[in-house]
Design a protein around this ligand. Structure first.
Ligand code: ADP
Ligand code: MG
Length: 422
């Protein structure tokens, strides 16, 4: 069956206009099952990423009518790229000719095979003005099958986001970054949401079931001059976890940062009276399984898109041990999260930075009501002689996500006043 596919063309070496024109002729001649039906004007653009000093690009978009399947079309495009002398060397480096499939009807393709990977819609389409501007000339009303938004809308959104990013400056360094923070209706999660909003990030607040509390934090974020949306999902349910990842990705056509903060409360909530086995089960489902599922899902999306940052929540004493049932429970849950984080960092490099924060004695709901014995212990164990606050964690999260931590990945960063050292 014939479909309309949209292609991107780019060149920044040699006679670029001649190359684009010749590439279009080559496309029409390559296979009788490809017909070029519409072509945009040529757009001169600055290179994005890649080595410094490469020349400006000439970009265009084309609509083709084809009966080929997506992989066969990719193969034709690669043959043409090759014929024009393109050699793949450095990522985002100079090229005589780049031909990408942007859209293939309303199909979603995720074919991963070394040298023959094909992701359609193109995973960076919604981020790149040099793709969206020519594409909008010939396909303004075409609907992106993942984001369910038209190309004209994606272009307007991308322009707005990139303008916000250009405003990023010290004190507002996360302007235009899109962030999901799970478990952000209270405690450390809420503090992180507010801190990142204060830094200019658009924030998706997530809560388990209280729409009212999620809405309250959403409003607090919005009051800091950013966009904010609240989503509810009970992460004990695997399907809800996948749905949250999907929904969060849809809100602003992708995310830049995910803080997987949600953890079960086995100390003060309804689970406080549960048996050890029941608490262990709850921690397995929420702290471990949901964190792993969410980070793998969104981590893959960030990786495909080409950049991003993931943060998980560990615990400083998982490495050294703490007496009692809670010590055993958190050692399992948070030890697993920290170990997972390091493997994920290795998996998603070099595109996505992945780190864990490991808070120590932080005064959240439990700390507020803990007995005098615990109050004394928390202050005695910390070299700094006090409880940590949620904001102590949030400010480190802000640094870790921001531009000043660009070379930090695969780390567990303790925030504990020196209680556990080394
Ligand atoms: P880019 O076009 O993003 O600058 P390259 O052209 O250097 O990157 O990379 C091309 C690689 O991307 C090829 O290995 C190809 O298999 C893969 N790829 C994945 N999705 C697409 C797509 N939609 N169109 C073209 N190439 C794609
Ligand atoms: Mg390409």
């Amino acid at each position: 069956m014939a479909v309309i596919a949209y292609l991107a063309l780019g060149s920044n070496v040699g006679d670029r206009a001649a190359t684009l024109a010749a590439a279009l002729r080559a496309l029409a001649d390559a296979d009788e099952r490809i017909q070029v039906v519409r072509v945009s004007t040529w757009h001169e653009t600055d290179p994005v990423g890649g080595p410094a000093g490469q020349g400006k690009y000439l970009n265009a978009a084309a609509a083709v009518h084809t009966t080929l399947d997506p992989l066969a079309l990719l193969a034709r495009l690669q043959e043409i790229e090759q014929a024009f002398g393109r050699v793949r060397t450095v990522r985002d480096g100079p090229r005589t000719l780049d031909l990408d499939i942007l859209l293939f009807g309303d199909q979603i393709v995720a074919h991963r095979e070394p040298g023959r990977t094909l992701l359609v819609p193109h995973p960076r389409l919604q981020e790149r003005l040099f793709v969206l501007e020519p594409l909008a000339e010939i396909a303004a009303d075409v609907v992106h099958p993942i984001f369910q938004a038209t190309i004209a809308t994606l272009l307007a959104e991308a322009r707005q986001r990139l303008a916000r990013r250009r405003e990023a400056c010290p004190g507002r360094e996360l302007s235009g970054q899109r962030v999901l923070i799970t478990g952000s209706t209270s405690g450390i999660g809420r503090a992180i949401a507010l801190e990142l909003a204060a830094a200019g990030a658009d924030v998706i607040v997530h809560g388990r079931r209280s729409a009212a509390r999620a809405e309250e934090v959403r409003r607090e974020c919005q009051a800091l001059g950013v966009r904010s949306v609240a989503l509810l999902a009970d992460l004990r349910q695997e399907a809800a976890c996948a749905a949250l990842a999907h929904q969060a990705w849809q809100v602003w056509q992708g995310l830049d940062v995910v803080v997987a903060n949600a953890g079960a409360d086995t100390l003060t909530g309804e689970a406080a009276d549960w048996s050890f086995a029941e608490k262990l089960q709850l921690l397995w489902e929420v702290d471990i399984r949901a964190t792993v599922a969410l980070c793998r899902d969104l981590g893959q999306r960030l990786y495909d898109r080409g950049d991003g940052c993931l943060v998980t929540m560990g615990w400083d004493q998982a490495a050294t041990g703490m007496d009692g049932a809670s010590g055993q429970l958190f050692a399992v849950a948070k030890g697993a999260v920290m170990a997972f984080t390091l493997s994920l960092a290795a998996t998603l490099a070099p595109h996505v930075r992945v780190n864990a924060l490991a808070p120590g004695w932080i005064k959240t709901a439990w700390g507020e009501t803990a007995s005098a014995v615990w109050q004394e212990r928390a202050c005695r164990e910390a070299l700094l002689g006090r409880w940590g606050t949620p904001r102590d964690v949030a400010t480190v999260a802000r640094w870790l996500i921001g531009p000043n931590a660009a070379f930090v990945t695969g780390q567990v960063i303790r925030i504990n006043g020196g209680a556990v050292r080394g």
